[in-house]
Design a binder for this molecule. Structure first.
Ligand SMILES: NC(=O)c1ccc[n+]([C@@H]2O[C@H](COP(=O)([O-])OP(=O)(O)OC[C@H]3O[C@@H](n4cnc5c(N)ncnc54)[C@H](OP(=O)(O)O)[C@@H]3O)[C@@H](O)[C@H]2O)c1
Length: 318
């Protein structure tokens, strides 16, 4: 494949890692973004606006369109059905612009039958991708672990601040995280394939949630008391932190998805890098600062690039 690849969110989390990987492989990257471009970036950019004419202009002549756009939870009157509608606008525009290929970043175990709207709305978007017209790839990550990640970092933050950690429902349910590096590689590989493709981006290791948290504690050099607790107690305890953090640490649906083991792939793992090794290597940095998702998307940090993963690929310092 040659030519320009359009990516949503090159200055966000997974979009940044995907863009860095594309640049490393010599592609020209154009992004639809909300965030300010970091100084020195070689990535060209335009605002992420769900206006069909604007999108048609931005997507015309693209060899591929990689869509990472989604919301983590409903907020300020926008829910998953709105995100799905926005994705439909993006996908229709990509088809109209006759892009060479659509690559959609979905989520592991997306299903229209899911009682969790994050997963059912994702599945609805997958259906649109399949019927849009251009060749497509759907890549479904589990939990993506890397620099600037929210969930693992904030587990570490809680571990650093409190002498105990409440394990909702005991923590025996499993998860199969994938490194950001592997996830980005799989998305870019999927963009370069010729035929239609659907795959999970999951790492080579599976842990119980309790094992995962213990591992983060050990990487941070912390000895903590791990207490099994009913879900409502854990959610209420996190709710008590809300006025101080001014953030949503974990939603009820995210906890349900975790407990339903939706972050475990049902297919052979395509991720190669050990998440344990990543956590071990990054333990001294994890959780030093709380990552506030509401600040990141809606308040003080909403325009700031999440640059750490761009460093060294297309972003020059200063
Ligand atoms: N991170 C994970 O562990 C994980 C796991 C499984 C699947 N995924 C999927 O991977 C894709 C990328 O996720 P990510 O973790 O990289 O999230 P992200 O950093 O929030 O990026 C998602 C994209 O959507 C935009 N976005 C997010 N919230 C928005 C809002 N409220 N209004 C407007 N734009 C918004 C982001 O732009 P801004 O950053 O500028 O707001 C960015 O372009 C998503 O489809 C997600 O469902 C992620």
């Amino acid at each position: 494949m040659t030519g320009r690849i359009v990516v949503t969110g090159s200055f966000s989390y997974i979009g940044a890692a995907v863009s860095a990987e594309l640049l490393r492989r010599g592609f020209v990257v154009h992004t639809l973004r909300n965030r300010r471009p970091p100084a020195g970036t070689t990535i060209t950019h335009a605002p992420l606006r769900f206006d069909p004419d604007h999108l048609l202009r931005e997507l015309t002549d693209a060899a591929a369109f990689i869509n990472t756009y989604w919301i983590r939870f409903p907020w300020v009157g926008r829910g998953f059905s709105d995100a799905a509608r926005d994705c439909a606008t993006l996908i229709e525009a990509a088809a109209h612009a006759r892009v060479g290929r659509i690559v959609h970043v979905s989520v592991s175990n997306a299903s229209e039958a899911s009682g969790l709207e994050y997963y059912s709305a994702k599945s609805e978007v997958e259906r649109l991708v399949r019927s849009a017209g251009p060749n497509y790839a759907i890549v479904r990550p589990t939990l993506v672990v890397g620099p600037a990640d929210v969930l693992t970092n904030n587990i570490a933050w809680l571990l650093r601040r409190f002498p105990f950690f409440l394990l909702p429902g005991g923590g025996a349910y499993r998860l199969q995280p994938v490194t950001l590096e592997d996830a980005a590689r799989l998305v870019v590989d999927a963009a370069l394939e010729a035929g239609n493709l659907e795959e999970d981006a999951a790492g080579p290791e599976i842990f119980t949630f309790a094992e995962y948290v213990r591992q983060v504690a050990s990487a941070c050099g912390l000895r903590r008391l791990f207490l099994p607790a009913p879900d409502p107690i854990v959610l209420s305890a996190l709710g008590l932190l809300k006025p101080f953090l001014r953030d949503i640490v974990l939603t009820r649906d995210e906890l349900a998805g975790l407990q339903q083991e939706l972050l475990v792939s049902r297919k052979p793992a395509l991720g190669r890098k050990s998440v344990s090794a990543w956590i071990q290597a990054n333990g001294s940095k994890l959780g030093r600062e709380y990552v506030n998702d509401l600040d990141r998307h809606f308040r003080s940090d909403a325009k700031k690039p999440i640059v750490s993963v761009c460093a060294g690929a297309g972003v020059k310092s200063g």
